[in-house]
Design a protein around this ligand. Structure first.
Ligand code: KIV
Length: 264
């Protein structure tokens, strides 16, 4: 497989091809995503909920993200890998943010970083891109602000908040972001922002008109009990895995595993 670079992605965007992005947190899943032709792998801070058992993304650390991103890179050397900046790894100061983004790029082999935030982060995005770090923005629903917003709610339903989403997207583009994730905004607004930008919009719960889509891998594969409205289950991996493990447990208990074939 050929390495997917920023140039590859921009060529696909210019040709009107939809961009496909999924989260991945480990080498095995990253390999499977790459083999399936997923363009971009996001090592999302959603790892906190999907793999680490936290209630939200806030406890996720730089160390967690560095370890998972390096694993994804090892599993999928040719994929475009995006490192998600975890809560409080960039909010304290631009110096802290540049240090942590640099660490991510230097030590994990990530191709880009993603951060949550709108126009207020444009000066930081400009510094990052000015230093050679490709940045993906993330606006609309921002899970790292869940304590402030009081839950995971659709953003941009009224005229003022819709205008703010649009202005945030334009500010990030102006600051040099190469793409913007739009999370849980009305489909009509997703279309409006996509039409206003010259960089790709990657939607999650933001309608079919975005230039690409991103989904959380455990939602796509049906591995968690909860299914968000924006997700579609393409497999029932949870059921498959439980069924297989139940058969294993039964066979150990009733003595049908291991057989001679599995013995030395
Ligand atoms: O962490 C994550 O998985 C994300 C996606 C929901 C975009 O940020």
């Amino acid at each position: 497989m050929k390495k997917v670079t920023l140039t590859t992605l921009m060529k696909r965007y210019a040709a009107g091809e939809k961009l496909v992005m999924s989260t991945a947190y480990d080498a095995v899943m990253a390999r499977l995503c790459a083999l399936a032709g997923v363009d971009l792998l996001l090592v999302g801070d959603s790892v906190g909920m999907t793999l680490l058992g936290y209630e939200n993304t806030l406890p996720v650390t730089m160390e967690d993200m560095l370890r998972h991103t390096a694993a994804v890179r090892r599993g999928a050397p040719e994929s475009f890998v995006v490192f998600d900046m975890p809560f409080m790894s960039y909010q304290e100061s631009d110096t802290q943010a540049l240090h942590n983004a640099g660490l991510a790029m230097k030590t994990t082999g990530a191709d880009a970083v993603k951060l949550e935030g709108g126009a207020e982060y444009a000066p930081l995005v400009r510094k990052m891109t000015g230093s050679g770090i490709p940045v993906m923005g993330h606006i609309g629903l921002m899970p790292q602000r869940v304590q402030l917003s009081g839950g995971y709610k659709v953003v941009g339903r009224d005229a003022d908040s819709a205008e703010k989403v649009l202005q945030d997207a334009l500010a990030l583009q102006e600051a040099g972001a190469f793409a913007v994730v739009l999370e849980c905004i009305p489909a009509t607004l997703g279309k409006r922002v996509t039409e206003a930008l010259d960089i790709p919009t990657i939607g999650i719960g933001s309608g079919a008109d975005c230039d690409g889509q991103v989904q959380v891998i455990t939602d796509l594969l049906g591995m968690m009990e909860f299914k968000p409205k924006h997700a579609k289950r393409y497999a029932d991996a949870g059921e498959l895995i439980t069924g297989a493990l139940k058969t294993y447990a039964d066979e150990v208990k009733n003595g049908t595993f291991p057989t001679e074939e599995n013995s030395f």
